[in-house]
Design a protein around this ligand. Structure first.
Ligand code: F6P
Length: 543
């Protein structure tokens, strides 16, 4: 059964939300606290070691209930069922969406064909491979064990694995992991500079094995190897992860060295598959399985929990509330750990490639806003970069603050300072600082009344800026798996509500196509195939 096809703005719940927004949008978060003494109990969910507090939002209980009604009215529950049961909910590509099958013990079928064995067999192969690389059994052409693993891929074949590898740095083994994604030759050059071909292993990750950037980078790295070794021996240094065995073979990678990808796993959701081989190489296979296990726990929560107590659903509904009623354009992700430095770039693809769509499931242009702009940086660095705008700028930027109770390294004093900032920022964003308080402070500093008058407006914080607080005990493979699966489901829920297809990405095709034409034109004498502006620019580049 296809996903239901409901314009969200035509639902009763949307009508209700519009009325609630009109009646309540002048109420501050602090007023909501005054109105509801149990707000901190009502607006929080504990699941495993995940503590999710959404009380600091411009949201009354009434608005929250109406948002849950909206999820109900667009048939979210049956959409979740459709996804997990392998229906082709990626309708424009006629594919099921089953990255969740990579982390479940339940039986999963597509058209009565069970997938579990495929998944399990691949995991066994991955585990054996990783073990060999880790313990030095896998040797380079000169008989030396591998010291460096290079992931060559782009988009989903890079961002997810890279983010996780970086996030789990604390758990790394002796292997060094590198990522080459950009077709910019400087990226490949800088990476190869410090590598020894005798001890380097490349994992070429490309679901299609036709991606220009990945194939260009992989060819350059292959030539680098061929300067040192023979064509036959290159097998010691290249493995591939792909759904296109033929193309990977053509590139020169033997079938024994190819791990499968499947069309029921979207690129940006593929880190749980063999696309995560670089993760498993960096930390070992067991921690990789713990990552899957964390994600699977979140899957269970998402599938079975009531909508009103369901963390990804609540996150998604809050996003819709700010995007469609408060007209917020973006949302910030602020992890208070340097290990999650790559979380925002990863979520940019996951979210913006999924929900950056303007055509609804009827094939009609939508007349409401869809995908938000996702951005962010770890705290406390972010505080010294863009928090000025978040505190006193004219834009409303709802933010997720992600923190951990315990640090991974020994510096507890640093962690206390880090977390003091974490709590203080959400407090400041919500409470702000009133004119009266500012005036008092300036008076106490000995300023005269004229100076106080002049300076006060610049020092006032309006507050009322919404945040979600997400706290785990510790950054572990398991908690990371939960966190990432939580955002995956949030993205899915928003796509269901906005009545768009979240799992295709036609919008990336045009640029790819035109780049091929431009490349061809670099070799022509006279540029004729472009608009005047582009032709002139290409001419400038060539000459
Ligand atoms: O794994 P592939 O086929 O090389 O594709 C890489 C990336 O390119 C895209 O198709 C478009 O950016 C992504 O969805 C995908 O993750």
């Amino acid at each position: 059964m296809p996903l239901s096809n409901i314009n969200p703005t035509q639902t009763k719940a949307w009508q209700k939300l519009t009325e609630i927004y009109q009646a309540e949008n002048q109420q501050s978060i602090l007023q909501h606290f005054q109105n509801d003494k149990h707000r901190t109990d009502n607006f929080y969910v504990q699941f495993e070691d995940l503590h999710f507090d959404f009380s600091k939002n411009r949201l009354s209980q009434k608005a929250f209930d109406a948002l849950v009604e909206l999820a109900d009215e667009v048939n979210l529950k049956s959409a979740i069922k459709a996804q997990y049961s392998g229906e082709p909910i990626n309708q424009t590509e006629n594919r099921p969406v089953l990255h969740t099958a990579l982390r479940t013990k339940d039986e999963v079928k597509i058209d009565e064909e069970p997938l579990n064995k495929l998944v399990e067999d691949t995991k066994v192969r991955m585990s054996e491979f990783v073990q060999k690389v880790e313990n030095g059994q896998w040797k380079g052409f000169s008989g030396k064990p591998i010291t460096d693993v290079v992931n060559i891929g782009i988009g989903g074949s890079d961002l997810g694995p890279q983010m996780i590898v970086e996030a789990l740095s604390f758990y790394h083994n002796h292997l060094k992991t590198h990522f080459i994604s950009n077709v910019d030759g400087d990226h490949v050059a800088e990476t190869l500079k410090n590598l020894n071909p005798e001890t380097t292993l490349c994992i070429v990750v490309s679901k299609s094995f036709t991606t220009q950037e990945t194939l260009t980078n992989a060819s350059t790295v292959r030539s680098w190897f061929l300067k040192h070794t023979t064509k036959n021996q290159i097998q010691h240094h290249f493995v591939a992860v792909s759904a296109n065995i033929v193309k990977a073979n053509e590139f020169g990678i033997s079938s024994d060295n190819i791990f499968p990808m499947w069309d029921w796993v979207g690129g940006r959701f593929s880190l749980w598959s063999a696309a995560g081989l670089s993760i498993a190489c960096a930390v070992g296979f067991k921690p990789f399985e713990e990552l899957l296990h964390g994600a699977q726990q979140m899957d269970e929560h998402f599938q079975s929990e009531d909508l009103s107590n369901n963390i990804p659903v609540i996150l998604a509904l809050l996003g819709v509330w700010y995007n469609n009623f408060y007209n917020a354009e973006s949302e910030a992700i602020i992890p208070y750990t340097q290990y999650l430095e790559k979380l925002a770039p990863y979520l940019q693809q996951a979210s913006m490639e999924s929900n950056g769509k303007g055509i609804d499931r009827n094939g009609q242009p939508v007349d409401y806003q869809t995908g938000t702009i996702v951005w962010g940086e770890p705290g406390t660095n972010a505080q010294h970069a863009f928090f000025q705008l978040m505190h006193q700028g004219t834009k409303l930027i709802p933010a997720d603050f992600i923190g951990f109770k315990k640090p991974l390294n020994q510096y507890q004093d640093h962690h206390d300072i880090l977390m003091a900032n974490f709590f203080a920022q959400t407090e400041a964003l919500m409470n702000g600082k009133s004119e009266a308080v500012v005036k008092d402070e300036l008076k106490n500093q000995g300023l005269n009344s004229e100076q106080i008058q002049t300076l006060t407006p610049f020092k006032v914080f309006s507050g009322n800026r919404p945040t979600n607080t997400i706290i785990f005990d510790k950054l572990t493979p398991k908690s990371l798996g939960m966190l990432i699966a939580m955002y995956e489901h949030k993205i899915f829920v928003q796509g269901v509500i906005w009545n768009i297809f979240s799992y295709d990405q036609w919008g990336v095709e045009l640029g790819k196509q035109l780049a091929k034409n431009v490349l061809k034109d670099f070799k022509e004498k006279e540029i004729i195939t472009h608009d005047l502006s582009t032709s002139k620019l290409i001419d400038y580049y060539k000459n």
